[in-house]
Design a protein around this ligand. Structure first.
Ligand code: 2AM
Ligand code: CA
Ligand code: CA
Ligand code: CA
Length: 280
């Protein structure tokens, strides 16, 4: 049994308080953005609120746990190589906080109310605490390894849907990343007639929290980063679901091509996605 407590400080309590504070601040900035900068292309946005949220989160966490390491999206150069390198460098740490200060920045910029704060803590490479907070709906999803997942005190449980035909699935359309866009679109095109319906709402972390809480039967997306997935993956595992990469390898911090389901539809979804990619 891992220890979730150092002295009198609970990792989970700090994660929850930090996500709540950051979320509240983000919400207060909605509709009040002066500058939108682009990272890679006109599709890849970052605002002062992304950076401010990450700073707030980093300060709170490092004040409580100065010996821990911290990996946040806005502290890493854009692009898959830099983020893989940053994760590799950080993965020697005994305790590593993995943070997305706003997941769904495009939504945030446009005032489309579907974005979240994602905070995970990994111990020796294994996620032990995951928190995803949706400030718009004031919904806080919390998981502790081995202890279950909760939303506001109520245990979250994945959906019972046993077939794709009765499933509501989500994915992402990352416009500036050609391979990821094409692969996700091919998957969506192949799956659309076979599932109940598809959603593309723009926050991977919140989609994962929705799989954990049974609102979605499954989610997949190619080309994500550790900070998009870490907290949500634990939410799903602790809610009885399954998380892997597209080849079926069980979830680990390096997974970028994520498939996350209630477990029942997992193999069927993996098969359909593999067929869709092979068919090109
Ligand atoms: P973000 O809002 O934190 O950037 C939507 O498809 C998902 O893709 C979101 O979780 C979004 O996270 C992420 N995303 C957006 N641009 C990205 C990029 N350039 N590389 C990797 N992930 C990205
Ligand atoms: Ca981003
Ligand atoms: Ca993200
Ligand atoms: Ca982000």
């Amino acid at each position: 049994q891992e220890s979730f407590v150092v002295g009198s400080k609970s990792f989970t309590a700090v994660a929850i308080n930090t996500a709540a504070k950051a979320g509240e601040w983000i919400k207060s900035k909605l509709g009040d953005i002066n500058h939108v900068n682009t990272k890679y292309s006109s599709h890849d946005l970052v605002t002062e609120v992304d950076k401010g949220s990450e700073k707030l989160i980093r300060n709170l966490i490092m004040t409580h746990f100065p010996s821990h390491s911290f990996l946040g999206e806005e502290g890493v150069e854009p692009g898959p190589e830099a983020s893989a390198r940053a994760l590799k460098e950080a993965s020697d740490a005994e305790y590593l906080w993995i943070v997305d200060p706003i997941d769904g920045t495009t939504n945030f910029v446009h005032g489309f109310p579907f974005f979240s704060v994602s905070i995970a803590l990994a111990h020796k490479g294994e996620v032990i605490v995951g928190v995803v907070y949706d400030p718009t709906r004031d919904e806080l999803f919390v998981a502790e390894r081995g202890k279950g997942a909760y939303m506001h005190g109520k245990k979250t449980v994945v959906s019972l849907d046993g077939r794709l035909s009765e499933s509501l699935l989500a994915t992402g359309f990352p416009a500036e990343r050609e391979y990821a866009l094409k692969t996700n679109m091919q998957g969506a095109l192949a799956l659309a007639p076979k599932v109940r319906n598809l959603r593309v709402a723009g926050s991977a972390a919140l989609h994962l929290a929705y799989v954990a809480s049974g609102r979605l039967s499954g989610f997949w997306e190619i080309g994500l980063n550790a900070w998009d997935i870490a907290a949500g993956a634990l939410l799903i595992q602790e809610s009885g679901g399954k998380v892997s990469d597209t080849s079926g390898t069980p979830y680990h911090l390096g997974v970028r091509n994520v498939v996350a389901t209630n477990g029942h539809i997992h193999d069927e979804l993996l098969r359909e996605l593999a067929d869709a990619e092979a068919a090109g």
